[in-house]
Design a protein around this ligand. Structure first.
Ligand code: 4NP
Length: 159
């Protein structure tokens, strides 16, 4: 089992969408038994809340059902449990690395856009304070990056 944790700031916009897009790709590939996806935030401000309604609506229009409930990253459990910890932007990655005091888990930590195959984006922009286009842009980047991530995992399984 490959366990993947997607991480953003609030865990109500970008990382729940990443979890939803990746879970959908995993299901389409018939790999539900092999790849598990979850998401969390570097802050707990929205803990217990479902994903932002604007994010859910944009995702729904593309066929993704975002069901996750916001929670804060728990380094004591998550850094051990997850094989890949995928941050949405450089701030998220920096905050995750700061929680990893001895750099024990540094090799597990990545940035979502590092898996992009066509997009030139270098981070997934926070859509929280913007309009609808920001949520669509998040999904465009995530669809590209999740496709690349799945391909990478499949390539590694072969070798
Ligand atoms: P997310 O978006 O990190 O993609 O979930 C945000 C959600 C909430 C806040 C900021 C970003 N906030 O400041 O409450």
């Amino acid at each position: 089992m490959k366990n993947i944790l997607f991480v953003c700031l609030g865990n109500i916009c970008r990382s729940p969408a990443a979890e939803g897009v990746m879970t959908s790709l995993v299901q389409q590939a018939g790999l539900e038994g092999e790849i598990f996806c979850d998401s969390a935030g570097t802050i707990g401000y929205h803990a217990g809340e479902p994903a932002d309604g604007r994010m859910r609506r944009s995702a729904r229009q593309r066929g993704y059902d975002l069901t996750s409930i916001s929670r804060k990253v728990n380094p004591a459990i998550d850094f051990e449990k997850f094989d890949l910890i995928v941050a949405m932007d450089d701030d998220n990655l920096r905050d995750l690395r700061a929680m990893d005091h001895d750099n024990t888990y540094a090799a597990k930590m990545h940035k979502m856009t590092d898996f992009c195959r066509t997009s030139n984006a270098t981070y997934v922009p926070d859509p929280y304070y913007g309009g609808t286009q920001g949520f669509e842009n998040v999904l465009d980047i995530l669809e590209d990056a999740c496709g690349g991530l799945l391909e990478k995992i499949r390539d590694e399984r072969k070798s």
